[in-house]
Design a protein around this ligand. Structure first.
Ligand code: 5GP
Length: 188
């Protein structure tokens, strides 16, 4: 994995552009992406998921919340660009949403886990892949605890998953950029 500088010339300028952002749970990627989207006018690709909405999450904005049979129908119909099982829930990117936004010449941002990013890389290696990483393990633990939505068991699971996700991401070699979320404004 390299830390190379932005190189707009490596992407076709006509048509849309796909930016895939991954990073472990609690690393602050939603906050960063929300601001990046607000400032740049990029389109956010709303994912489908079988997990329950958290407080404040809105169906169709944060996720398309659905039950497992509905999600499995999307898999069968080949309607997902990628999908993954994360903590026992299914998450996936509806291909149509990405296709339409890209056809409209938009920059489309996918916020997906590393398993999903690797699938997108196989299909669309020309996309830009960004990994958001915590400054260190302690900071990650602090942020996961601070969110207050996690039970002890869920916190341990997410910490373990975060560590292995970072390792898998580093080993995958697909990421063009690594953003260390030390200072929010700099990360954005
Ligand atoms: P959360 O439940 O905290 O919203 O998300 C859990 C994990 O699922 C995060 O790493 C998030 O990036 C990932 N995720 C969200 N949407 C998708 C998706 O469409 N595909 C994949 N592969 N991962 C996703």
């Amino acid at each position: 994995m390299s830390n190379r500088q932005d190189n707009p010339g490596s992407q076709p300028s006509a048509g849309g552009k796909l930016v895939v952002v991954s990073g472990p749970s609690g690393v602050g990627k939603s906050t960063i992406n929300r601001e990046v989207i607000r400032r740049s006018g990029a389109a956010f690709s709303t994912s489908a998921t079988t997990r329950s909405p958290r407080d404040g999450e809105v169906d169709g904005r944060d996720y398309y919340f659905m039950d497992r049979p509905a999600f499995e129908r999307m898999i069968e119909r080949n309607e997902l660009l990628e999908w993954a099982d994360v903590f026992g829930n299914l998450y996936g990117t509806p291909a149509a949403v990405v296709r339409e936004a890209m056809a409209g010449g938009k920059v489309v941002l996918l916020e997906i886990d590393v398993q999903g990013a690797m699938q997108v890389h196989e299909k669309l290696p020309e996309a830009t892949f960004v990994l958001i990483a915590p400054p260190d393990d302690e900071e990650l633990r602090r942020r996961l605890t601070g969110r207050g939505t996690e039970s002890d068991e869920s916190l341990q699971r997410r910490l373990g998953k975060a560590r292995s996700e970072l390792e898998t991401a580093r080993d995958s070699g697909i990421y063009d950029h690594v953003v260390i979320n030390n200072d929010l404004e700099t990360a954005i």
